[in-house]
Design a binder for this molecule. Structure first.
Ligand code: NAX
Length: 327
């Protein structure tokens, strides 16, 4: 049997953590033959640490055959020791009266410290997924704080937006969501993201030609996907958790195990592709193989798409400029 791998999860006692850890431990993320050791990080606060103890008791009570160990931590320097995967879920939410600059500063502090800890103690091949918002900018901060790790090891979660887009298209067309291929989401995990179905197919047929409705694209589809998080908060009174955890599982699963030629969306540091400046952590269409991702190249960008990409890029560069002095 395979040697266990180490999976660190931050914000482990939060909502997403509760929907995520049991699936990692069951084998949904890394495969039914891959034992895992969970290294769970929460803030030192007594309430959070107690909640984490409760989650660990429940993990124990599942008696997952693949769960080879569980550790509770309050310091990233121990939580990230030798870790092969790091899912950075915990972040500072916007509190009452908090300015945007305060939010960016609070998260810059968290992700600077966590980036430094990964740099110091994690496996040199660690695969990092940032879920905590603002996810792209937090991934950028962690990457910049870990100069001894390869930059391509730092990614942000756009997969929830990708899955939301796929589901909207499947409903619109009356097709099975699993038959949709070559979909992608460009840019920031925020309402400015650009979900792009121009290249998408269902059983080999063009989605764009089948829908053939630019008004629906611009005025129904994109706002629905962009505001889906807010719609879920309005309905549930809480932000998306199970769907976010599912997207994190999908992201890591596909990165580790490969997509077999299928496109998925990952937020990754640009190398200048599609005119996105180097290091901006941006949603791109990728394929993955052997633990590496490759951006899908040479896609034509029409005027409408360019405008959408420019808008989400401008937002990301604004966020990046807002934290530059803190790095
Ligand atoms: P919760 O508030 O339920 O849980 C967050 C947990 O993180 C808390 O238990 C908190 O104590 C812990 N935490 C805070 N700072 C920490 C630190 N420095 N180290 C370790 N743990 C820390 O939030 P939840 O609903 O689980 O959401 C977590 C994050 O995901 C939020 O930032 C949220 O905005 C973000 N999301 C990102 C999504 C994406 O697609 N990228 C979608 C879902 C979600 O909104």
């Amino acid at each position: 049997s395979k040697k266990p791998v180490r999976v660190a999860v931050t914000g482990a006692a939060g909502q997403i953590g509760y929907a995520l850890l049991f699936r990692i431990a069951s084998g949904a993320m890394l495969g039914a033959d891959q034992p895992v050791i969970l290294q769970l990080l929460e803030i030192p606060d007594e309430k959070a640490q107690n909640a984490l103890k409760g989650v660990i008791m429940e993990l124990e009570d599942c008696a997952f055959p693949l769960l080879a160990g569980i550790e509770a931590h309050s310091d990233p320097m121990t939580a990230f020791k030798d870790t092969d995967y790091a899912l950075l879920v915990g972040a500072r939410p916007r509190g009452p009266g908090m300015e945007r600059s305060d939010l960016l500063a609070a998260n810059a502090q968290i992700f600077t410290a966590q980036g430094k800890a990964l740099n110091a103690v994690a496996s040199r091949n660690v695969k990092v997924l940032v879920v905590g918002n603002p996810a792209n900018t937090n991934a950028y901060i962690a990457m910049k704080s870990a100069p001894d790790l390869p930059r391509e090891n730092f990614t942000a979660m756009l997969r929830l937006d990708h899955n939301r887009a796929a589901s909207q298209i499947a409903t619109k067309m009356g097709v099975a969501v699993g038959d949709i291929e070559k979909l992608c989401v460009w840019g920031n995990h925020s309402p400015t993201m650009y979900a792009d179905y121009r290249f998408a197919t269902v059983n080999g047929k063009s989605v764009k030609d089948a829908i053939n409705d630019q008004d629906w694209n611009a005025n129904v589809f994109l706002p629905t996907v962009g505001k889906r998080g807010a719609a879920i908060i309005a309905a549930r009174g809480l932000s998306s958790a199970a769907s976010a955890a599912n997207a994190a599982i999908d992201h890591m699963h596909d990165w580790a195990l490969g997509t077999g030629g299928k496109w998925v969306t990952m937020g990754i540091p640009s190398n200048g592709e599609y005119g996105i400046p180097k290091d901006v952590v941006f949603g791109f269409p990728v394929t993955t193989e052997g633990g590496k991702y490759t951006i899908v190249k040479d896609l034509p960008i029409d005027a409408f798409s360019q405008e959408c990409i420019n808008k989400t890029l401008a937002e990301l560069q604004g966020e990046q400029d807002g934290v530059k002095h803190l790095l």
